[in-house]
Design a binder for this molecule. Structure first.
Ligand SMILES: NC(=O)c1ccc[n+]([C@@H]2O[C@H](COP(=O)([O-])OP(=O)(O)OC[C@H]3O[C@@H](n4cnc5c(N)ncnc54)[C@H](O)[C@@H]3O)[C@@H](O)[C@H]2O)c1
Length: 295
């Protein structure tokens, strides 16, 4: 198969990531299906996308007719078999649990055509952990979009030792058609590139805070003012969720066994207290309902 042969894309999972990846696909000209096991998730996805695309039209990012054309290419399915039976590329964006993803990949193997490429959008699970539940490890790849996909212009395309050059190149070309900058990672590594660098920054920031070198607010200010980061590491933890930060560190620790990768005590403590960041109104910082709504 060549990149131009990819006409139909199915996205599995219409949560925070999936619905926006599907919209990028429809905007990129692909016949797109978005599938989820929950009808409410599909309905939510449809209404959120309507809102975002209407804002894009108001801001002049796309025309009314481009919006209409993209929605005409986008369909919502509950049934997995129907959703994947004609797909050339499937992008899986279901819950971040290995067992759930394995089950999905096994079903994809059963229902999708022989030529179909299977991509996972997982942030932590490398594709070789899923490839062996299929009989096409050469056609399995990571396409790691960033949150929120309609805003963040980067995709890490990660190949395993089994992924073919053809599959990797098709994934890269599809990202380009979706108007996203794709970067190739030639080998698998837990956390890929962006989240490893972010993790290292967070680790150092928390170390400096726990050592009493500077207050967390001042560490955020230094990162913003001296390093020109758009947001400080503690502010970013609040944005993505302290529970997420803890989960990512637990995963890494499980893989490496390195005590330095254990979740930070101060983060564990905050998660216990339900101080998860913006979503609960309190994390490192406190958020008024209006501020949470506006951000
Ligand atoms: N949220 C992020 O910041 C982010 C960033 C990059 C990558 N990711 C990755 O994207 C994936 C999805 O994350 P999310 O934040 O969108 O999760 P989410 O919880 O918002 O959405 C997951 C969706 O998958 C659906 N689902 C669960 N099991 C399913 C199944 N068997 N078949 C079909 N649908 C099923 C759920 O109903 C839900 O709608 C994860 O692998 C995650 O690691 C997330």
């Amino acid at each position: 198969m060549q990149s131009n042969d990819v006409k139909r894309i199915t996205v599995i999972g219409s949560g925070q990531m999936g619905h926006q990846i599907a919209m990028l696909s429809a905007l990129g000209g692909y016949e797109t299906i978005i599938q989820d096991v929950r009808e409410s998730a599909l309905k939510d996805a449809a209404s959120k996308l309507e809102d975002i695309m209407s804002k894009w039209v108001t801001k002049g990012k796309i025309s009314d007719s481009q919006k209409a054309a993209a929605f005409a290419r986008l369909q919502f399915y509950l049934d997995l078999e129907d959703a994947v039976k004609d797909a050339d590329l499937i992008i899986e964006a279901v819950t971040e649990k290995l067992d759930v993803k394995k089950e999905v990949f096994a079903k994809l193997e059963q229902f999708a055509p022989r030529h179909t490429i299977f991509a996972t959008n997982s942030s932590t699970i490398v594709n070789s952990l899923l490839a062996h539940v299929t009989s096409r490890p050469d056609k399995v790849v990571n396409m790691h979009f960033f949150f929120p996909p309609l805003v963040m212009d980067c995709v890490e395309v990660v190949r395993s030792e089994y992924t073919s050059e053809e599959t990797t190149q098709i994934a890269m070309d599809v990202c380009q058609k979706m108007n996203r900058t794709a970067i190739r990672l030639e080998k698998e590594i837990s956390g890929f590139v962006a989240n490893r660098i972010l993790g290292a920054l967070q680790k150092e920031a928390v170390y400096l805070y726990e050592q009493g070198i500077a207050d967390y607010k001042d560490i955020d200010i230094i990162c913003r003012k001296a390093l020109a980061h758009p947001i400080g590491p503690f502010e970013l933890m609040d944005l993505s969720g302290l529970d997420v930060a803890k989960f990512v560190m637990e995963q890494r620790y499980q893989e490496t066994g390195n005590p330095e990768d254990k979740p930070f005590d101060c983060v564990v403590e905050k998660v216990k207290k339900g101080e998860l960041g913006r979503k609960t109104g309190k994390g490192w910082y406190e958020y008024s309902p209006e501020k949470v709504k506006n951000n």
